[in-house]
Design a protein around this ligand. Structure first.
Ligand SMILES: C[S@@+](CC[C@H](N)C(=O)[O-])C[C@H]1O[C@@H](n2cnc3c(N)ncnc32)[C@H](O)[C@@H]1O
Length: 300
């Protein structure tokens, strides 16, 4: 049971039926992210068991069968919304290996997560993955791309480039199922590594180290992350510290796109360092990575 909301004056505010309580908001952000459609729409009529009294004090008639089935649909949507939030929290609060084992145990959970995720994203004014797809289309179609945490593999489906799509679960033969801290890709084999809202695990630096391994010298590292995770005024990481850590790993920051309301985009390029492997791993171990705040969603 959720606690009741307090009004600005400190008094108890009565909830409107099906109103705010059905909205979702990210707890890691002061920004209001729009609610997913998976969350039930406000109820237009009261549930059957709460019969209203009419003027004569008699219970009102039970709802028709159609109303019952739409109520069931709403309840189902609410349950799957709750399930999505639970899985989302899991992904942000465990290591990549734990997430891989978890979804391997029950791959159907991946669909539950992605149904909720799609609903959530459908309310964003701009999809970061589309910005990245358009960026790729403006560049070289002969570049080989690795899409780390590809989701429904939108990048591979929308560009001419050869794309290695990587995620925890694969229901498509073109998607490599693995923990992206350890991919089967060869060293120095790709020109672009993409992380579109996928730096979720607590060991996210390992994903970037893996991208560094598989990228060619001068290869691109493109990262889109939820703005609130990189908002120090709101408990998020300092974006400068985040960039600095990646620069120490062996990249230079080419540009940063902050014009989107919900996400920030970073475009890094791998430096051509001729450091011995041993020296490289010593440097990597000394990097002070900021903790990225999980982007959790809760019902109001
Ligand atoms: C928020 S979704 C974004 C999906 C896609 N990049 C997009 O923009 O539509 C993040 C994806 O990263 C995947 N992911 C998270 N941690 C991972 C890991 N350790 N290894 C592989 N994939 C991972 C999740 O399974 C999920 O599909």
């Amino acid at each position: 049971m959720e606690p009741p909301h307090e009004s600005a004056a400190g008094g108890r505010k009565r909830r409107r039926r099906g109103g705010d309580r059905n909205r979702w908001k990210p707890s890691s952000s002061s920004q209001q992210e729009p609610p997913p459609a998976a969350a039930p729409a406000p109820l237009s009529s009261p549930p059957a068991k709460r019969r209203r009294k009419d003027g004569t004090g008699q219970a009102a008639a039970a709802p028709k069968r159609g109303n019952t089935s739409s109520l069931l649909e709403k309840m189902r949507a609410r349950l799957s919304g709750g399930h999505f939030r639970m899985l989302n929290e899991k992904l942000y609060t465990c290591s990549g290996q734990d997430a891989f084992d978890y979804f391997k145990n029950d791959p159907t959970l991946f669909d539950v997560y992605h149904t909720g995720y799609r609903e959530q994203m459908s309310h964003w004014p701009e999809q970061p993955v589309n910005v990245i797809i358009n960026w790729l289309k403006r560049h070289n179609a002969s570049w080989t791309v690795a899409d780390f945490g590809c989701g429904n593999a939108a990048v591979a489906k929308n560009v001419e480039n050869k794309v290695f799509s990587i995620d925890l679960v694969s229901d498509d033969p073109s998607v490599i199922a693995c923990d992206m801290a350890h991919t089967p890709l060869e060293s120095s084999s790709v020109d672009v590594a993409i992380f579109c809202l996928s730096l979720m695990g607590t060991n996210y630096p390992n994903y970037l180290e893996e991208a560094n391994r598989v990228l060619n010298p001068s290869g691109w590292l493109v990262i889109a992350e939820v703005r609130s995770r990189l908002d120090p005024n709101n408990g998020g990481a300092d974006p400068e510290k985040f960039s600095k850590a990646i620069i120490q790993l062996g990249f230079s920051l080419v540009s940063k796109d902050e014009k989107n309301k919900m996400f920030i985009l970073f475009y890094f390029k791998k430096k051509c360092l001729t450091m011995p492997l041993q020296e490289k791993s010593k440097v990597a171990k000394s990097i002070d990575w900021p903790q990225l705040k999980p982007c959790l969603y809760k019902r109001r």
